[in-house]
Design a protein around this ligand. Structure first.
Ligand code: FES
Length: 104
């Protein structure tokens, strides 16, 4: 069953290419602005316990700066090795300039 929508940021807080660490329901997540589209994904890489916040956003993907894997911000799927497991993605919407995420 889908969970509640939780406010996490103002819509204009992030410019394209920026990300913000957030903590929702005890989970560490990243709000990412990929060319104006907002995504929320797990903060930690699926390969090793390393923060994707230290990486960067390129062409709709987030890059892990430790070993260089990229993850599709839409699906969470890794697009380059060494990571072979996806990261979780979460539904995002904007209402009256407020960004909300839906937790499972
Ligand atoms: S820790 Fe992210 S690719 Fe290895």
């Amino acid at each position: 069953m889908a969970g509640d929508w939780i406010s996490i940021a103002r819509e204009d807080e992030l410019t394209p290419g920026q990300m913000k660490r957030i903590q929702v329901a005890g989970q560490r997540l990243l709000l990412c602005n990929a060319d104006g589209k907002l995504h929320v994904v797990d903060e930690m890489c699926s390969h090793e316990d390393y923060s994707l916040f230290l990486g960067c956003i390129q062409n709709g993907r987030i890059k892990c700066s430790l070993h260089g894997s990229y993850f599709d911000l839409e699906t969470g799927q890794p697009t380059t090795e060494p990571a072979d497991a996806p990261i979780c993605t979460y539904p995002v919407k904007t209402i009256d300039g407020e960004v909300l995420v839906q937790m499972p």
